[in-house]
Design a protein around this ligand. Structure first.
Ligand SMILES: O=C(O)CCC(=O)C(=O)O
Length: 339
């Protein structure tokens, strides 16, 4: 078990102190959220994030709640438990404990393989793969409805698709928890596909946002960002994935996810070849032939996080609705420094 658990030198609660919830590490996290500066000394950002993901709280919503409310421990614990009106399942607590034991194979999918040999070869070569029919159409429909309702927009009324005082952040929809959205995150085929590309089990999912990218109009231009990475470019860049579940059929010109295929294989030599005064994030990545990926509602695209990627302007006539889903190994090391 991690040394931190019973380290007497710690002035904050050990991870084993389960407070009033029975959840390990939560009380310790509360201490650290109260003192973010000294929290850096513990070097546990990955574990903290994993705990929030396993509990289905998500990082941003938790930090948001914390910094707006400065909750006492009791209020924080109540807030966490409020996500479990029927009580916190024993299984969830076990998964939290598993995070403290590197190498524990939390629970693995019992699905048959989802990706074929040729899918896996494609993945290796291009750094992305389309998982066809990752979820059922009825689950797609339920998630779409959740997003339309959340944004107070109406599918067949384009006048509602644009700024109507909605909660959109660019093209991001801060809808993290909803029965339909949770169900997709947990879909067996999705978990299995991630296990196949990671070539390991014991993965956990992120509790991430949804997306809504409406067709451009003269008055409403694309609100996404350009090609980028969401990982530090300090080398060596540890393996990692990102994923997007299309909830609408998405043509290449309909705001599709765009990636630079194969870039995972050359990113490190490319970075080394840059003059020291050049910021890789400010270079023109469009010269590397990015490709928009068309796919159907219910298809999931997984990409290697070393690929430059972005959404794209929607030049079709119907919005692109998506859910961002990733599964990852909580034991995966991350570079501490961000460049
Ligand atoms: O929405 C997309 O197609 C891409 C999203 C993206 O850039 C990201 O998840 O970092």
């Amino acid at each position: 078990m991690r040394e931190i658990l019973n380290n007497q030198a710690d002035t904050i609660a050990p991870s084993t102190d389960t407070g009033n919830t029975g959840i390990p590490h939560l009380k310790r996290l509360w201490y650290k959220l109260n003192d973010p500066t000294s929290a850096q000394n513990y070097n546990e950002a990955g574990l903290d994030a994993a705990l929030l993901n396993v509990l289905g709280l998500g990082l941003l919503p938790t930090y948001d709640f914390f910094f707006h409310n400065q909750p006492s421990l009791q209020v924080f614990e109540q807030w966490v438990l409020s996500f479990y009106p029927g009580g916190l399942p024993e299984e969830r607590i076990k998964e939290c404990y598993a995070l403290l034991e590197p190498g524990t194979d939390a629970d693995k999918s019992d699905e048959p393989d989802v990706l074929s040999e040729s899918d896996l070869l494609f993945w290796k070569e291009k750094g992305y793969v389309i998982v066809r029919n990752a979820i059922e159409q009825q689950d797609c429909l339920a998630a779409r409805q959740a997003i339309w309702e959340y944004l107070h927009k109406v599918e067949n009324d384009p006048s509602t698709w644009y700024d109507n005082g909605d909660q959109l952040q660019g093209i991001m929809v801060p809808l993290y928890r909803h029965a339909a959205i949770d169900k997709n995150r947990n879909a067996g085929r999705i978990k299995k596909a991630f296990e196949q590309v990671w070539n390991q089990t014991g993965l956990i999912f992120t509790t991430d946002k949804c997306g809504f990218n409406a067709p451009e109009t003269a008055a409403s231009k694309y609100k996404g960002i350009g090609l980028h990475w969401d990982v530090s470019l300090v080398t060596p860049i540890p393996f990692g994935t990102q994923g997007i579940l299309y909830l609408t059929d998405t043509a290449a010109n309909q705001g599709a996810l765009t990636v630079v295929p194969g870039f995972h294989k050359k990113i490190e030599s490319w970075l080394q070849s840059l003059p020291p005064n050049i910021n890789p994030r400010q270079t023109d990545l469009s010269i590397f032939n990015p490709v928009p990926i068309a796919a159907n509602a219910g298809d999931l695209i997984i990409w290697d996080h070393r690929l430059p990627h972005s959404s794209s302007p929607n030049r079709a006539n119907f919005p692109r609705l998506v859910q961002y889903i990733n599964w990852y190994s909580p034991q995966q090391k991350q570079q501490q420094e961000w460049i």
